[in-house]
Design a protein. Sequence first.
Length: 552
Amino acid sequence: MAEAFDYVIVGAGSAGCVLADRLTEDGSYSVLLLEYGGSDRSVYIQMPSALSIPMNMPKYDWRYESEPEPHLGGRRLHTPRGKVLGGSSSINGLVYVRGNAMDYEQWESQGAAGWGYRHLLPYFRRAERRADGGDDYRGADGKLQTRYGTLSNPLHHAWLAAARQAGYPLTDDINGFQQEGFGRLDMTVGGGRRCSAANAYLRPAMRRANLTVRTHALATQIVFDDRRASGVRYRRAGAERLVGARREVIVSGGPINSPQLLKLSGVGPHAELSRHGIALVHELAGVGENLQDHLEFYFQVACTQPITLYSQMTPYRKALIGLRWLLCKDGLGATNHFETGGFIRSRAGERYPDIQYHFLPLAVSYDGSSLAREHGFQAHVGPMRSGSRGWVRLASAKALDKPKVFFNYMSQPDDWVQMRACLRLTREIFAQAAFDPYRGREIQPGSAVQTDAQIDAFIREHVQSAYHPSCSCRMGSADDPMAVVDPHTRVIGIEALRVVDSSIMPSITNGNLNAPTIMLAEKAADHILGKPLLPPADMPYYTAGEWQSAQR
C-alpha cells in the first residue's frame, strides 16, 4: 500500500478520540484517525445549554431512526449519533454517570474477564478531572473535565427534598460509593464549555506529528490479508483511497456504524452477508445482535410560580444567554440544566437501582422539539435494565446506505411492569410537601392516566429513546458463540483488528453511557499498547440493606 500507519482508527467519537491520544502519547507509533463528519467548532456544540440543537442537525448527526417498533404502535424513534469530531460526546446531554458498580460485576459474569468494578475504577479515575477534586472514587488529574451545576433554581432543592420526604436516601455522589438515591448530577463541562472527547483528548493530541486526522472520510471496508486486518478503504473528496495498518485496525464507529463496517468487510453472520453479496471473511454470529438502549418519558408538572426556565425561552432572552456565554463562558449557557437526578429500585428484590431520573426546571422535550406553553418542570424517568434486545443489520452492501436499526423496545412483559412503576413512583415524589409551593396541574401524563391500561397507552405513544444504544458487538469469552470481541477488545478469530466503543459492552450500564465509553477506551489503550494494567482498586460500594424485602 502506498500509505501506511502503525494504527488506523475508524471513528473520532468518544472512544476514538481517547485512543488517538493514548496511542500517540509517547511518540513511538504513527496513527491515522478517520472521521466521516467534520469540525466541532460550532457554538451550538461548545455551549452546554445548546445541547438539543446539534443532535437535530444533519451536519452533526447521522439521522438514524429505528425500524417501526411493533410494541410502540409502529413508531420509528430518532436515534441520534454524532457525525463530527468528538462523535456523540459532541451532541449529547453532557451528563456524566459512570454506572453502578454491580453493572461491571455483571460484565465479568458475562465473560468479560478483567472488567469488574475493581478493575475499572482506576480507569474512571485516570480519565477524570473533577472540579471538586479527587478522592478514592473520583479523579482530579485526568483529561475529561466534570463539575456540578450551581443549583441556582429552587426547584432543584424542592426535587431533592421531595425525594427525601418520599423515603429515598440522598447521596453525596452518585459516581462514588453510593449511586442509589437522589443528588447532584455531574456534567462534562470545563471552563464553561462542553468537555467532549474531542476537546479533552483529541485537540491536544492533534499537535503531535505522529497523529493524522482526516475528516469527511467514510470508511467503506476493512482490508484483510487472509484473516489479518491489513488496512482500510475509505472515500474522501469523491475518491476511493486505501491505507495500510502495520500493527492494527481499530473500529470505533459506535453501536450502529461498527457492526455495519464489520459486516461490509465480511465479518458477521454468513446468511446476512450472503443476502447482500458480501464475501465471507470470518463468520461471527453476534455482530449487530444484542442491541440495547434506555427508554424514558417526561413526567411534566405545571409550576404556579414563574421561576422555571420558561421565561428564558424568548428569542431575546436566548440571545442574552448566548452573548453572556460568548463573552464570559458562564451563566445559563454554561450548564446542561440537568443538575439533579436520582437512581432508585422499582420494587423489592432488585439488588441495585433499575430506574434513573434527570430533573429539569422546564417542561420541554429532550431534543427541544416541543415546549410547554406555560411554566413547568419535569423528570425524565426510565428503566435501566430492560430485557428487550434488538439488532443492527445491513440494508445493502453500500457504506452510505444507512443500516436497519431495530431495538424491539418493550418486547418483554417486565418492561411494562417497570414502566408503570416509573410513572407511579414519580407521581408520588411530585406529590410530596416540598412541591406544594410550586405544583400546578399534571401536564403529562395527566391525572386521568391511572390504570395499567391507561399507563400502557401513554407509554406506547410517548416513550422516547434516552439515546444510549450499545452492546451490538459485545465482549465475551472467546468460546462464546455470540461474543464479537474478547476481553482484550480483539475481534474473535481475526488478527490485528479490534472494536473499541460502546458496542462492545456486554450489557448496558445504569445511566448515561459517555463516561463508561471513555473509561472503556482508556483501558483498551493499555491492552493495545501491551502496557501493564492499572492495579485493581477494591473499594466498597453501596447495597441497600433490605433490598430483598423493601423497595426503599
